[in-house]
Unconditional design. Structure first.
Length: 419
């Protein structure tokens, strides 16, 4: 027994790394549908609408609503049929959404196109569960890195999605953008093939023989009422919503300021790459500096993003702001997700993760809709609308930073009293 005992943690770690790499590959392929939907959704909506462009970002909102509406059903389906089968089903839903969106463009139907993006979003709800699946399949010491590795697959999604747009959007000219959504069909089908090879099981930490019995499963209200949960949730949701708010409006603002659709798409490519590239080191940074510190750094970077955007509308200022927006989201969201995993037990994870993602993407959907409305309502020009978006970002991110600082100080005072 003594000779084999040390090998068990090593085997667990090898299994966790293999599982995480498979999920990360799926993130790169299926996750590439998101930058396609985001970069093209508003522009295609603008193209399909008449004189009133207020609802131009509604298709992107449809995508985010789909993610929100799919969060609870995705969690329930995977609980019933297992994560592998659930993830394969989600990839097929993504492919179906691409087909509906392409059909909407061929038929010049704004609402059919928006429905297609909503269905792509339903598939995206399964993608949002990837990070939880990797974390749950990993020993505690590897969980932050597992989350980072999976989100690191988004670096490749940031390349695959925009390149698919650039090379296929005019494939069916004169029908604008249809080729990009036909490409989404292929991404979904390829992702389903990769996910069909997944072998996954939730990791169970070894329990000592003299360990006390596990605590009973708590109610959702008791879990949500924890100060740590509330702060992690608010910071994570805010990081994601602000990112969506600016990212959705950026392509419209860039085209409105005289830049081409290709330049706007490349800006989104840089942005999505910045969202996920830091993931290769974010786990190590969390381990070294702490989760709260990384969340604070993310919020500060979001504030700097707003200041850069307000400084001018040169191409480099748009792109730099989008890059900072991505990095700020990465630190803020991954750090908050890692904080969140401290607040529930494995037995409580399904209900917490489903409700969390439902609330998260409901807020994100509202932010994306308000992006288009803000551009239209508060700006007589594209530049004025872009300025309005960024003036809204600054105080919201600042309030979250103050809230996080108050929580950390409170935690330190309590720890000092106990010590």
């Amino acid at each position: 027994m003594s000779a084999t005992a040390p090998s068990a943690p090593v085997a667990d770690l090898v299994f966790a790394k293999r599982t995480t790499l498979t999920i990360a590959a799926s993130q790169a392929i299926v996750g590439a549908a998101a930058p396609v939907a985001i970069s093209m959704g508003g522009l295609a909506g603008y193209y399909l609408l008449g004189a009133d462009k207020t609802l131009s970002t509604l298709p992107v909102t449809g995508f985010n609503i789909g993610v929100a509406l799919g969060a609870l059903p995705a969690a329930m389906l995977m609980r019933a049929v297992g994560r592998r089968n659930g993830f394969v089903s989600g990839a097929m839903v993504t492919a179906l959404g691409g087909a509906i969106a392409a059909l909407g463009l061929f038929e010049t139907s704004f609402w059919l196109f928006a429905t297609g993006l909503l269905v792509i979003g339903l598939g995206g709800a399964f993608v949002q569960q990837y990070r939880f699946a990797a974390a749950d399949a990993s020993p505690k010491i590897f969980k932050p890195k597992a989350i980072s590795w999976v989100l690191g697959g988004g670096v490749f999604a940031a390349i695959i999605g925009p390149q698919a747009v650039i090379h296929t959007k005019n494939l069916f000219a004169p029908v604008e953008f249809a080729g990009a959504f036909v490409a989404v069909i292929g991404l979904g089908l390829l992702g389903a093939l990769i996910l069909s090879t997944l072998k996954i099981a939730d990791h169970v930490e070894p329990v000592a023989a003299d360990a006390p019995p596990a605590a009973p499963e708590r109610s959702l209200g008791a879990i949500v009422g924890q100060p740590r949960f509330l702060v992690a949730f608010i910071c994570g949701v805010t990081s994601y919503a602000l990112m969506s708010f600016l990212m959705t409006g950026a392509p419209l603002a860039m085209v409105g300021c005289g830049y081409s659709a290709e330049q706007a798409t490349l800006g989104i490519s840089w942005h999505v790459m910045a969202m996920f590239a830091p993931s290769f080191v974010t786990g190590n940074l969390i381990a070294r500096f702490g989760k709260e510190t990384i969340v604070a750094a993310g919020l500060l970077i979001l504030i700097v993003c707003g200041l850069v955007a307000l400084s001018g509308i040169a191409l480099w200022q748009f792109w730099l702001a989008l890059i900072l927006l991505g990095v700020g989201w990465n630190f803020g969201f991954i750090g908050a997700t890692a904080m969140l995993t401290d607040t529930y037990t494995p037995a409580e994870k399904n209900k917490v993760q489903g409700v969390h993602d439902f609330a998260l993407f409901g807020t994100v959907a509202f932010a994306s809709l308000m992006s288009g409305a803000t551009l239209n309502w508060f700006g007589e020009t594209a530049e004025a609308g872009w300025v309005a978006l960024n003036w809204i970002l600054l105080p919201v991110a600042s309030v979250c930073l103050v809230l996080l600082a108050g929580f950390v100080l409170r935690d330190r005072r309590l720890a000092a009293r106990r010590g």
